[in-house]
Design a binder for this molecule. Structure first.
Ligand code: TYD
Length: 144
């Protein structure tokens, strides 16, 4: 169970509408409608071995929605206060909303995993915090 939370409280699973008919399925994700931000960037991660850990960063500004459009993976979230939670992504119609200033690690990729990532900001390497100790310090400062 979480103790006192910060941004982690706003993490949520999003269920998208699956427009299915006898031709198959179609999922629509519109910025500011199906996800809580305007989508400025899209990237996807595939071909990661199952023992690989990706991510391992927090973002000062960017919010994300992650969707395993194929296969599956896991996302470990840490809040910098000693709490962590693991989400399993395994459906093309389910997204994980991740706010800014949340530590995330993606791992457990299936061979067929395609992890679609929608982002609220353009890429800016300087807003990525890649050292956990630095992230922890920032979280502590923000709570003071
Ligand atoms: P990285 O942030 O390490 O990927 P992960 O999502 O697994 O944490 O990014 C891998 C490389 O791709 C790195 O050199 C930065 C580059 N990159 C961009 O140029 N633009 C982007 O939007 C992203 C996410 C990464």
């Amino acid at each position: 169970m979480y103790k006192k939370m910060n941004n982690v409280e706003s993490i949520k699973m999003l269920e998208f509408v699956e427009n299915g008919d006898d031709r198959g399925n179609l999922v629509v994700i519109e910025g500011d409608r199906d996800v809580p931000f305007e989508i400025k960037r899209v990237f996807y991660i595939y071909g990661s071995d199952t023992d690989i850990v990706r991510g391992s960063h927090a973002n000062l500004k960017t919010e994300f929605v992650l969707v395993n459009v194929a296969g599956k993976s896991k996302v470990k979230i840490k809040d910098g206060l000693g709490n962590e939670i693991i989400y399993s992504l395994n459906r093309p119609k389910t997204g994980l909303y991740i706010p800014k200033m949340v530590w995330k690690e993606m791992y457990g990729f299936s061979e067929d995993s395609v992890l679609l990532c929608l982002a609220s900001e353009h890429y800016d390497a300087s807003e990525y915090i890649r050292e956990y100790e630095v992230y922890e310090e920032l979280v502590k400062k923000q709570r003071m």
